[in-house]
Design a protein around this ligand. Structure first.
Ligand SMILES: [Zn+2]
Length: 178
């Protein structure tokens, strides 16, 4: 049962402020526990032609990113990126494919299918452990805004699939070698 399923049919009521509902869900309200989770949005850098920027670690001949030694610039992605702290709500129940999950973001987040969602390790209060430990990386499969009748973006719904990425284990392996 999707948390939002009952909202889809009822947005014609212009009094209902979904941005506010989402904010209460994420950050809590007097009658609601905060259910947002801290994570990272990995946004790929682009040049002036909107092309992804290749990392200098790529092999001159094969053009493969360096996976033998850990590249501190791209983490083996082969492209340069920046990460930003985000708050999301994750819904695991709505999809049959267990490798896929649905994330919800607030209206102000700017997301494209080229970006990635990164889960990080949190303490029991939901605060990120430092230094940041990345636990899972998700490929964005589709990113859709949910708009109210009059066109205002109310929230983002992202379908994403877990990426098998060895770089999330970097910190672990690094400790073993030291
Ligand atoms: Zn690199």
């Amino acid at each position: 049962m999707s948390l939002f399923s009952n909202m889809y049919g009822s947005v014609s009521n212009k009094e209902l402020d979904l941005r506010k509902e989402i904010s209460n869900l994420f950050y809590g309200a007097s009658d609601e526990i905060a259910k947002g989770t801290v994570g990272l949005l990995r946004i790929m850098r682009k040049d002036e032609n909107q092309e992804l920027i290749q990392c200098a670690c790529r092999n001159k001949i094969t053009n493969e990113p360096d996976r033998d030694s850990f590249c501190p610039y791209c983490y083996g992605f082969g492209y340069l990126w920046d990460e930003y702290k985000i708050i999301y709500y994750r819904n695991d129940d709505s999809l049959k494919n267990k490798e896929q999950v649905v994330f919800y973001f607030e209206y102000g987040t700017d997301i494209t299918a080229e970006d990635f969602i990164v889960e990080i390790k949190l303490n029991k209060d939901g605060e990120p452990l430092l230094p940041v430990q990345r636990t899972k990386i998700y490929d964005i499969i589709s990113s859709d805004t949910f708009n109210a009748d009059y066109g205002r973006v109310e929230f983002w719904q992202i379908t994403a699939e877990r990426r098998r990425d060895w770089s999330v284990w970097y910190d672990v392996q690094n400790r073993q070698h030291n």
